[in-house]
Design a protein around this ligand. Structure first.
Ligand code: PHE
Length: 532
């Protein structure tokens, strides 16, 4: 597909890579990837954790400074080369690029494992909404909080649920649906997103209307949008905002490059990036409206981790609706499932299409190579073993594993890949050459400021955030309190140490092995290929 002189245009598998039927199909798929658990589960909990108004300003800045520019990079890498992330980078900047690409996708594999688990829990809650979730006295086999609230208690229900074997079944179902949607590549993805993405928006609008019309609901919206200057001075808030922005826009994990590789060469990526980013962040703010409105309307105080807002507080809020409780509860979790599924599909596609590009293997084989280890990981994080019947509600092995893995894989992979991408494309390939190639097909022309952003501003910002956080994490670890050390497992003290090591060495080894495997079609750097 590439027209470079060093690259035969008749690569054996190039013709079957597939293509989007329409630009609309691509936009739906990319926005379906972007809008996911990140928007519904993580955004609200991050915004809450960092104090509402203190969060949205850094987040808003991150959209323009970080989000849209990096999306332009990732989209154009895919379209210019007609390849998925590792091979696209190899083509643009050589072997170093391929290492970064595979490292990023190895990280994606870890993240996908628990992403699917959370999705599986959401699916169980969805079914539970029709069953026992909203029944008075829904209780867990143990009491996770010292003062369990009377009546329907979503928290108790959730901890009861994850202590059963049902989530394992759900996790298998999510993997099966994901693989089924990817069976024929872009063609089947497009069919799935054409149904799921519009439905997602409809359910979201229903939730907002319900949320803001509740008495007191608007106070929550105001909380989210009242700037808090003191909070903004905290570097932690910026790290939270940056990582959340990357994740929410599906950046740093190879996904957007894979999706853009199925586009014709004349795609306008300035336009596409703005469209997808605005749709994603628009959805996110709307989700924030709905979630914060309910929090305030029902005076809920979500204690605990990331999941507590959407998994405990929202259902608790819905339980207090005067009517249609089960229907709203079901709709909310269906929304989470639909949004998460279209994102999981894209995560897996990013990895599978890269394996196809590199090894020239069939789609079925590539999907199996991702799904088998992925499913094992998802099952591990969904393991129901209860170790802590009495304490803080962190009761399963799987949940602890998930929490620690998330801290490392999510906290470091994306930003590090973003940093390396800026260095490789900005310096090795050359930001101005890339910009020229992008401008060739874009209505809005990127100016010289883009080069400054990619070469200096972004690497400096990302490096600062990574180093500052690493310093905190390492000093805690050496002081004998690595992240997750307060887990109530007792017998699993090794978990906070072993998990980051498995993640780090696992991803490095995978990246090394895959980069050094013989490719079906050797792609050597031909950065001038698109300057025809
Ligand atoms: N953007 C997705 C979300 O918000 C997650 C995701 C990240 C999907 C990276 C694909 C790649 O949930």
């Amino acid at each position: 597909m590439s027209k470079g002189s060093s690259q035969p245009s008749t690569a054996p598998h190039a013709a079957d890579r597939g293509a989007w039927k329409s630009k609309f199909g691509f936009i739906l798929a990319a926005s379906g990837s972007a809008i996911g658990l990140g928007n519904l589960v993580f955004f609200a909990s991050n915004a809450y954790q960092y104090g509402g108004g203190a969060f949205y300003l850094p987040y808003f800045i991150a959209l323009f400074v970080l989000g849209i520019p990096v999306m332009i990079l990732e989209f154009s890498a895919g379209t210019l080369t007609g390849r998925s992330f590792p091979m696209a980078l190899r083509r643009l900047v050589g072997k170093r690029g391929e290492y970064v690409g595979w490292w990023s996708l190895s990280g994606a594999l870890f993240i996908t494992t628990y992403y699917v688990t959370i999705l599986g829990w959401a699916m169980c809650m969805m079914v539970g909404a029709l069953g026992g979730l909203f029944e008075p006295g829904a209780t867990a086999p143990f009491a996770p909080f010292s003062e369990p609230s009377a009546g329907p208690n979503a928290t108790a229900y959730f901890f009861g649920l994850i202590a059963t074997w049902w989530p394992l079944l759900a996790v298998v179902a999510v993997w099966a649906m994901t693989i089924w949607s990817l069976w024929r590549g872009a063609e089947t993805i497009e069919k799935v997103v054409r149904v799921c993405v519009p439905l997602m928006w409809v359910f979201m609008i229903v939730m907002i209307v319900r949320g803001v019309t509740l008495p007191g609901g608007m106070d929550g919206v105001l909380y989210l949008f009242t700037p808090d200057i003191a909070g903004i001075l905290d570097v932690g808030v910026w790290k939270g905002a940056f990582a959340q922005m990357f994740f929410s826009l599906s950046l740093g994990l190879g996904t957007m490059t894979a999706y853009a590789s199925y586009l014709p060469k004349d795609a306008d990526h300035v336009n596409n990036s703005m469209l997808v980013s605005f749709m994603n962040c628009g959805f996110e703010y709307l989700a924030g409206f709905a979630i914060f409105a309910m929090l305030f309307a029902f005076s809920l105080n979500p204690v605990g981790g990331t999941l507590s807002l959407s998994f405990f507080a929202i259902p608790q809020g819905i339980a207090a609706f005067p009517f249609w409780v089960k229907a709203f509860g079901f709709a909310f979790f269906l929304l989470v499932v639909l949004a998460g599924l279209t994102s999981a599909i894209s995560l897996v596609e990013g990895m599978a299409s890269a394996l196809i590009d590199k090894l020239g293997i069939s789609r079925m084989k590539a999907l199996a190579m991702v799904a088998v280890p992925g499913l094992v990981g998802s099952v591990l994080t969904a393991l129901p073993f209860i170790v802590d019947p009495g304490l803080g509600g962190n009761g399963t092995f799987g949940l602890n594993l998930l929490d620690i893995l998330d801290h490392w894989a999510f906290g470091y992979s994306l930003l590090t890949v973003g940093f390396l991408e800026c260095i490789l494309l900005g310096w090795v390939l050359g930001a101005s050459r890339l910009r020229e190639a992008i401008n060739r097909h874009s209505k809005f022309h990127l100016g010289g400021w883009f080069d400054v952003l990619i070469k200096f501003v972004l690497p400096a910002l990302l490096l600062a955030v990574i180093v500052l956080n690493l310093a905190v994490d390492l000093s805690n670890a050496f002081a004998g309190a690595p992240y997750g050390a307060t887990n109530p497992l007792g017998w699993a003290d090794w978990l906070p140490v072993v998990v980051p090591l498995v993640w780090l060495f696992g991803t490095l080894v995978l990246a090394y092995v895959l980069t050094n495997r013989r490719a079906a079609v050797e792609l050597e750097p031909a950065p001038l290929a698109f300057e025809d």
